[in-house]
Every structure is written in C-alpha cells, then in structure tokens.
Design a protein around this ligand. Sequence first.
Ligand code: B1M
Length: 217
Amino acid sequence: MVPILNDMCQAVIEGNVIAVKELTEKALAQGVPPGSIFREALIPGMDEVGRRMEAEEYFIPEVLLSAQAMKTATEILKPLALESQATRPLGRVVIGTVQGDLHDIGKNLVAMMLEGKGFEVIDLGTNVPPAQFIAKVKDTKADILALSALLTTTMQKMDETIQALQDDDCRGDTIVMVGGAPVNQEFAERIGADGFAADAGGAARLAEELVTRRIGA
Ligand code: B1M
C-alpha cells in the first residue's frame, strides 16, 4: 500500500479531521487516484472504527469524529471522482437512507458513484419515511428508487417503502434497489426489490444494468 494511504487510514480511525484533509490533498498531489483513496484508506478506516464500536472500544463521540473525517475527504474527492467518469445521462435516481436510520456515509458514496455513471441523483438524506420517498419518485418521475439501511432494525422500512410504492400503483414504473451493511441478496428478493448491491461501485453498475434492461424490454 502507498504509505500515505496507511497514514490516512490511521487518521480516519483516530478521527483526526485535519490530518485526513491534509493527507487527502497530499495524496492527490502525489497522483494517487480518488478510487484508491476510498478503497485503500477511507473505507478500511471506517471498517476498523466499526470493529472498535462493536468491541465497545469506541463510542458515539469517537465514531462521529471518524465519520466527519470521512465526510471531509469525500467532499474533496467527489468533484475529482466525477470528472474522471462518463457523464452520459442514464436516468433519474431518488436515493435516501430509510426512516429511523441516520447513517449516510455509504449512501453518499453510492450517490456519488451513480452521478459518476451519468445518473441524475436526487438525495433525500437520512431518516426518510416511505411517504416522502413515494412523493419524490412521483414528483420527479424517477427511474430508480435507491434505499440504504445500516441497521437491522430499519431494514424493514425498505419493505414498507416497496409496499407503499405498490399501494400507490407506481411499483411497475420504478426500479427499486436496496443496499447497506445488513442487507443481502436474499433479503432483497424477499421484499421484492429489483436489485441489491454490496458496495457503491456495484450499485452504480447494477443501476446501469437495470435501466438498460428496462429500455431493452
Ligand atoms: Co452506527 N451502527 N449506529 N453510527 N455505525 C453500525 C451500522 C453498526 C454495525 C456498528 C456496530 O455495532 N458494529 C451498528 C448496527 C448494528 C446492527 O443493526 N446490526 C450501529 C449502531 C448500533 C448504531 C446506533 C444504534 C448506536 C447507538 O446509538 N447505540 C446508532 C443509530 C443511529 C440511527 O441511525 N438511528 C448509530 C449511530 C452512528 C453514528 C451517527 C455515530 C455514525 C453515523 C454517521 C453518519 O453516517 N453520518 C455511525 C457509524 C459511522 C457506524 C459505522 C461505524 C460505520 C458505518 C459506515 O459509514 N461505514 C458502522 C459499523 C460498520 O459498518 N462497520 C455502524 C462505511 C461505509 C462506506 O460503509 O455504510 O456499509 P456502508 O456503505 C457501503 C455498503 O453498505 C453499500 O455501499 C457502501 C459503500 O461501499 N451501500 C449500498 C450502502 N447503501 C447502499 C445502497 C445501495 C447499494 C449499496 O443501493 C441502493
């Protein structure tokens, strides 16, 4: 691994926002691609934070600092990651983290990758009730509804959102994608989603595949 990425990973774990910002800028100046910064420094750093949280070595204040460090780096990297990708308009996506859930780091990465693929992305943020998703999908005539959940207790809201879409008679017009750490393919199939992806890159590829398939159908 490039040494600077190791330092950046450590700085995310320590929640050192200033160091993460400086190291991100330095890595870019050294020519490290934004994708490598995410894959080799930021995401492994957050994974370790998660492990420490589970082991009760870290509590909310430490985790929030790490999350802030990750957000600071993402803000620097986002325009560069987008610049290096195609911008063909592929479709419109409404994305958000489901009701009761405040986790947004992964959802933001997914939104960024979708934009990079050429989708127009409408991000409703976190803690989004089913009715708000449905209203936005209808209002914007979105092709895809992308739902993120990080808690086993909020996954069920994905099911409720799909049901609400069905009750409103717009299920047939909308592709639904789900993801987030506790979500898997089996759960996605059980709740009737059209697709599941395990990570942000996979989500962007899947979205492209699903809209292309629909256009071809
Ligand atoms: Co939370 N938290 N948290 N937390 N937190 C987890 C999720 C947890 C696994 C930690 C643990 O115990 N090990 C645990 C959940 C346990 C469970 O349900 N099984 C947990 C808990 C318990 C909680 C609280 C309940 C803690 C408490 O208050 N006692 C609380 C809940 C608050 C709420 O939401 N109502 C809470 C709070 C928080 C913070 C606010 C402190 C902070 C969030 C800050 C923020 O997001 N702005 C936080 C954090 C940071 C985490 C961990 C440490 C890191 C999450 C993260 O950002 N990962 C997390 C532990 C972990 O996941 N290792 C944890 C990095 C991110 C890049 O990955 O989000 O998985 P991820 O996204 C990936 C994929 O999942 C996927 O692509 C992304 C990029 O590759 N993906 C999709 C995500 N959405 C997708 C959508 C798609 C496709 C793919 O299609 C639409």
